[in-house]
Design a protein around this ligand. Structure first.
Ligand code: ADP
Length: 170
């Protein structure tokens, strides 16, 4: 059996930064599980799990060794259940480092078999995140070039439906 890895994240929504990491992982490994974290504490999510999965499926249509799933609970446990020993993550600015380092060491402590591999972001995606995409869209800006073209309209439409409370200054 070939090497399977997990690319975990919130993907709320998928960006070109995510897709870059997923497609690079798909070239390096035989099978890539893109795992959308169901985080009950993260009430701030803009897209439902189902929507995030659908957008990821559409965005990765050209890649044939990708599986899109959602998972609940600890990533280290989920990896064990799936018999996966490698996690692939993207590393952006220095600000990502401290958190990712902590996560990688914690995951390894829970599941000592588990290794975390970091792929450095493409420089053009260095400051790209789902929250930036949402912020730009909510202010009426264009998110073309930030999210995959094939899901651009869907993301824009969905974000435009998100009403802010009246008189909200946030
Ligand atoms: P965010 O909500 O910050 O966009 P996620 O939790 O959805 O991030 O991220 C999932 C994975 O994708 C993480 O490994 C994260 O480091 C990586 N990632 C997110 N955006 C980028 C980017 N612009 N370049 C490289 N990796 C990225």
């Amino acid at each position: 059996m070939g090497k399977t890895v997990i690319c975990p994240g919130s993907f709320d929504p998928v960006t070109l930064g995510h897709l870059d990491i997923i497609s690079r992982a798909s070239k390096m490994f035989d099978h890539v599980i893109v795992a959308v974290l169901v985080n009950p504490a993260k009430e701030q999510s803009s897209f439902s799990i189902q929507e995030r999965i659908e957008l990821l499926v559409e965005a990765t249509k050209g890649l044939d060794n990708i599986e899109i799933v959602s998972f609940q609970g600890l990533l280290a446990e989920y990896a064990k259940e799936r018999n996966v020993t490698v996690i692939v993550k993207g590393l952006r600015a220095v600000s990502d480092f401290e958190y990712e380092f902590q996560m990688a060491l914690t995951n390894k402590r829970i599941n000592p078999e588990l290794e975390t591999i970091f792929l450095t972001t493409e420089s053009k995606y260095m400051y790209l995140s789902s929250s930036i995409v949402k912020q730009i869209a909510s202010l009426g800006g264009s998110i073309k070039g930030f999210v995959p073209d094939c899901v651009l309209d869907r993301i824009v439409e969905r974000l435009s439906k998100k009403q802010l409370p009246e008189n909200s200054e946030d």
